[in-house]
Ligand binder design. Structure first.
Ligand code: NDP
Length: 259
C-alpha cells in the first residue's frame, strides 16, 4: 500500500476471509497505517482466534473491536471505543467488508432471506459509515487531503460484487441465482453512489469494490483467487483512488464494472 493519509483504518467483518487478510496485509505493509481497527461480532469466540493471534503479533497496530454491523447499539459502542483510541486523531479509511449470502432462486427465496441479507449488506454499511463519519471528516480536514493526489483523500470502501451488476446479470445469473445477494449488492452500489454525491463536499471518496471470486467460506474452495491476491489487489486499488472513482464500482484490479 502506498504511503498516504491512510493512517487509520477500520475494517468490518475482519475475523475471517477477505477482511482478515486485509487486516493482515495492512499490518504487515512497509507503509502500514498507524492504527488498524479490526471489527468483528465476537472477538472472544473461536471464529476470531486467527484475528486475535494476528492482533497479538501487532499489538501496537491492531485493535480488535466488537462490531456487529447490523446492531445500532454495537455500532455506537464501537464508535466510542475507536474515539477513545483516536483521541484527536481521525479515521482515513473505512472498509465495509462484512457481508452475507443466502443463495437461492425465486422459489427458494422468501421475505426472511431478502430482509436478512439486505440488512447485513446494505443497512449495516450505511449505519457504520454514518456513525463513523465525524472521524472521517476530521481526516478530510488534514493538510494534504485535498491535493487530488491518488490515495490522498479519506475513503469509504463498500465491498460489493460482480453479481451486483444489472448490466452483466444476463452473463452471470445462471451460474449464481442469488436473489437476496444480487439485489442487496445492487442496492449497496446505489448507497455508494448516494454517499459519494453527499460526501463530495467533505472530500471523502466512496467506492464499491469487487474482490474477485475468492476462496473463503463464502466464495468456496473452487474459487480461482486466493485471499492474499484479492486483498493485495484491493489495497493497491484503494491506494490509487481519486475523485473520479468515487461513486463507481471497480474490481480488485482497478477495472470498472458497469452497475
Ligand atoms: P466470509 O463469509 O468468509 O466472511 C464474512 C465476514 O463478514 C465474516 O467475518 C463475518 O463474521 C462477517 N459478518 C457477517 N455479518 C456480520 C455482521 N452483522 N457484523 C459483523 N460482521 C459480519 O466472506 P468473504 O470474506 O468471502 O466476503 C467478504 C466480503 O466480500 C463480503 O461483503 C462479500 O459479499 C464480498 N465478496 C466476496 C466474494 C468471494 O468470492 N468470497 C466475491 C464477491 C464479493 P462472522 O464470522 O461473525 O460470521
Amino acid at each position: 500500500m502506498n504511503p498516504g493519509i491512510y493512517n487509520s483504518v477500520l475494517v468490518t467483518g475482519s475475523n475471517r476471509g477477505i477482511g482478515l487478510e486485509l487486516v493482515r496485509q495492512l499490518a504487515e505493509s512497509a507503509t502500514s497505517p498507524s492504527q488498524i481497527f479490526a471489527g468483528c461480532r465476537d472477538p472472544g469466540g473461536p471464529r476470531s482466534k486467527a484475528l486475535q493471534d494476528l492482533a497479538q503479533k501487532h499489538s501496537n497496530l491492531i485493535t480488535v473491536i466488537t462490531l456487529d454491523t447490523t446492531d445500532p447499539v454495537s455500532i455506537k459502542e464501537a464508535f466510542q471505543v475507536v474515539g477513545r483510541k483516536l483521541g484527536d486523531g481521525s479515521l482515513s479509511l473505512l472498509i465495509n467488508n462484512a457481508g452475507m449470502n443466502i443463495p437461492g432462486n425465486l422459489q427458494q427465496t422468501g421475505m426472511k432471506e431478502m430482509v436478512d441479507v439486505y440488512t447485513t449488506n446494505v443497512v449495516g454499511p450505511m449505519l457504520v459509515a454514518k456513525e463513523f463519519l465525524p472521524y472521517m471528516q476530521r481526516a478530510s480536514a488534514l493538510p494534504g487531503s485535498r491535493t487530488g493526489k491518488a490515495g490522498s483523500k479519506p475513503a469509504i470502501i463498500n465491498v460489493s460484487t460482480l453479481f451486483s451488476s444489472i448490466e452483466k446479470c444476463h452473463e452471470t445469473f445462471s451460474e449464481a441465482p442469488m436473489y437476496p445477494y444480487r439485489t442487496s449488492k445492487a442496492a449497496l452500489n446505489m448507497l455508494t453512489r448516494c454517499m459519494a454525491e453527499e460526501l463530495k463536499k467533505d472530500g471523502i471518496l466512496v467506492t464499491a469494490l469487487h474482490p474477485g471470486w475468492v476462496k473463503t467460506d463464502m466464495g468456496g474452495p473452487q474459487a480461482p483467487l486466493t485471499v492474499v491476491d484479492s486483498a493485495s489487489g484491493m489495497l493497491r486499488v484503494i491506494s490509487s483512488l481519486t475523485s473520479e472513482h468515487s461513486g463507481t464500482l471497480l474490481d480488485w484490479e482497478g477495472k470498472g464494472i458497469p452497475c
